[in-house]
Design a protein around this ligand. Structure first.
Ligand SMILES: [Zn+2]
Ligand SMILES: [Zn+2]
Length: 446
């Protein structure tokens, strides 16, 4: 039960007219109003705005949907917001002097979900970097479900995240990405908070660098006897709470943080474009080129990860998001190897230990962000991946350890696909099946 209301700051928005508990369905739309993306139709262009125009013109029910589409948010010609001005200008030529088409293109840019899906109701839900709801879209049908991620009170605005993985990034990076991809300046609670836990580095005074590099114990922050002191942002300054050292926003240290952050953001974009999973069939290269690209991408990932961790340390968002990417790749490779080898050799077991160490680091980072979000939100895939790898080792102890990781997903079941819930259940019970089998196996041996 929701209602569209006008707001003073963010146009029309969706509000709850009843209370919701975590996992409750807030909104359901069986199909999108339109699908306006490059891959949805036979578009013949690389210009994203022209692609949207072409996709729109291939809709047979244009007359029915145009009014509804145009009622969704889009910038006006006299907008003073620089991001909106850019969108207005860049999309103009694709509309070829058709004003209504120009507006449709901008509606798609401001309101569509991944895959170009635009919805009558759900497209009115605003973004927050501290979301209280989650959108799930079924790939084949475009059916949409919005569920409560946190308890929601009557008259509270329903907000979702448009930031994807960048939800775990610092305020500067999130705002950059939202401005670039969604054409607005975020002013949510998290963006206005004085403290930004995603952008914290080991104190430059307590832990002096050698040629800008942290020593290893500081870098990995794993020496319990000598804990690392971190500097945190407080209104435009980095301050060490332990020694009181201050770096102003003009200091060279802050410049270094920004330049590494920008490099990592750039790398993420490159990664998204080169990831074979994101390419359409016609874009896919032959196997050999693909292998080469894969190797290049992997070594670039390692380079960026070691730059981030050795200069900005274990608690910075760049280190942790790169680590998450690295872990995700590592687990996929692990599972591919397992298919060929059936059992994990010593090398693979070492890899797995490293993967687990990385997941531990990432979950600690996410906890520190205090997002009021379930850790499953962006980590469910890697958590299940770790559990699957542990169970594959074939012994009761490892399988029991797998259930401990899967416990991190308790309470997140409504947000997992039915198939994944089944996988989780089966992995959770694997150690019991192994224990039941144990006496039988011994008997055979004896
Ligand atoms: Zn925000
Ligand atoms: Zn200090």
């Amino acid at each position: 039960m929701t209602e569209v209301r006008d707001t003073t700051s963010s146009g029309k928005a969706l509000f709850a007219t009843r209370e919701y508990a975590v996992g409750d369905i807030i909104l359901q739309e069986d199909k999108p109003l339109a699908v306006l993306s490059r891959s949805s139709f036979n578009t013949t262009t690389n210009d994203p705005f022209t692609a949207i125009a072409q996709a729109y013109q291939q809709n047979s029910n244009q007359l029915d949907i145009e009014g509804k589409l145009l009622s969704l948010y889009h910038p006006q010609s006299d907008t003073t917001n620089p991001a909106e001005q850019t969108l207005w200008k860049n999309s103009q030529s694709a509309a070829q002097n058709d004003n209504r088409l120009h507006k449709v293109i901008m509606v798609a840019c401001c309101n569509s979900f991944q895959g170009g899906y635009v919805y009558e109701q759900a497209s009115r839900i605003n973004h927050s970097c501290q979301p209280n709801a989650l959108v799930n879209i079924q790939d084949d049908t475009g059916a949409l479900l919005v569920r409560a991620l946190t308890p929601i009170a009557v008259n509270e605005e329903i907000v979702i995240s448009y930031a994807g993985l960048y939800l775990y990034a610092d305020t500067r990076a999130r705002q950059h990405v939202l401005r670039r991809d969604k054409y607005f300046d975020c002013s949510c609670v998290r963006c206005q908070a004085a403290v930004d836990p995603a952008n914290t580095i080991p104190c430059t005074s307590c832990h002096p660098r050698h040629q800008s590099q942290l020593d290893e114990a500081t870098q990995y922050d794993d020496d319990d006897e000598h804990p690392v002191n971190y500097m945190i942002w407080k209104s435009d300054q980095l301050i060490c709470e332990s020694c009181g050292h201050v770096e102003t926003s003009q200091s060279s240290v802050v410049n270094v943080i920004h330049s590494i952050s920008d490099k990592v953001l750039q790398f993420f974009e490159q990664y998204k474009q080169q990831d074979p999973n994101s390419k359409t069939l016609s874009e896919q290269d032959d196997n050999e080129t693909q292998d080469e690209e894969e190797e290049q991408l992997e070594s670039l990932l390692q380079e960026h990860l070691s730059l981030a961790s050795s200069v900005l340390g274990a608690r910075h968002w760049t280190t942790n998001l790169l680590l998450l990417l690295y872990l995700d790749r590592g687990l996929k490779q692990y599972n591919r190897k397992l298919i060929f080898q059936q059992t994990a050799d010593d090398d693979m077991q070492l890899d797995l230990a490293e993967h687990i160490d990385h997941l531990q680091k990432i979950t600690q980072f996410v906890k520190r962000l205090q997002l009021h979000l379930h850790p499953g939100h962006l980590l469910s895939d890697v958590i299940v991946g770790i559990a699957r790898a542990l169970v594959s080792l074939g012994d009761v102890k490892s399988a029991q350890y797998a259930t401990r990781w899967l416990d991190h997903l308790n309470g997140y079941e409504p947000f997992l696909s039915e198939a994944l819930v089944k996988v989780v259940d089966s992995l959770k019970n694997a150690w019991k099946r192994m224990e039941d089998d144990e006496p039988a196996r011994k008997k055979v041996k004896g």
